[in-house]
Design a protein around this ligand. Sequence first.
Ligand code: AQP
Length: 326
Amino acid sequence: MKRILSGIKPTGKLTLGNYIGALKNFANYQEDGESFIFIADLHALTLPIDPDFLRDNIRDIAAFYIASGLDPNKVTLFRQSRVPQHSELAIILQNYLYMGELSRMTQFKDAAENLNQNAIGLGLFAYPVLMAADIVLYDANIVPVGEDQTQHVEITRDLVNRMNNRYGKGTLILPEAQISKVGKRIMSLSDPTKKMSKSDPKGDIFLTDTPKQIRKKIMSAQTDSGSEVIYDPKNKPGISNLLMIYAALKEVSIEEAEKTFANSMYGEFKKAVADVVVSELEALQSRYEAAINSGEVEAILLKGEARAREVADVCLHRVQKAVGLR
Ligand code: AQP
């Protein structure tokens, strides 16, 4: 049976980008194999974050996992920090990823660019090691993620090949990133040349936004010159982004979405996109409220964490044995 693994780091309130690129797809995998979906809370510490915000956000993301259709009886939902095997394996794996590789990671370079050299924590530099440990610990075959995460799965694959060459085939399982065709990279509404990111809230739609906020953001989203609604990310990044959002939520191809708006003006098109986003997020929010009000989120995580620790031990012991620690 295939193993599926993915997670979201609780660095900020979840965005429509997180939903379309990741969250919305997780439930599709729960029938295909054994899924492990976690909250990457240790990764949230790589940049300064308020402890109270972090605590609340961890619970919120767990509730959004449930709201997005993940069934805790089929999927293991857990907090990364409650499964110490992640950190134990990372300590071993850090010896097999190299400084040069880590310094070339786009996410590190982007984050470090905005920081004073003396304020860059080791965790920010070394996070791909922990991420590799997150993935291989569950012998994951498939990692469903948005396009921005491809580089992390690639470096994990390099590490797996390196370990397997040195310690024998099967020491670690080779994972594969699975990126949805439509919605792999949702862009900021205020600057459609930049990715919509929870840590850069300008131009974001949050999953908790009200219908009024959503409509206002979409109606004032930056669009392009001309008047045709066509998918052309290079020359029409704003319209292309809205088409991508529409297609992903309606579950149609970009071509079908283009056809629907072939004779529409920008205003009419934006209103249709806003309608789709409002309807999807209203339904999601009511399931999220139900999850929070059920009072069961903590118990679901605790149960998931017990299962995750059990599974994680298998890989950790195998690696410890391979390298000579057992
Ligand atoms: N704009 C996006 N379009 C499509 N997918 C996206 N994802 C994130 N933004 C978009 C996907 O969401 C999952 C969770 O990502 P993460 O929290 O681990 O980190 P991230 O990719 O760095 O997401 P953010 O929102 O940009 O977080 P910050 O601002 O903290 O760095 C991943 O599968 C990601 O691909």
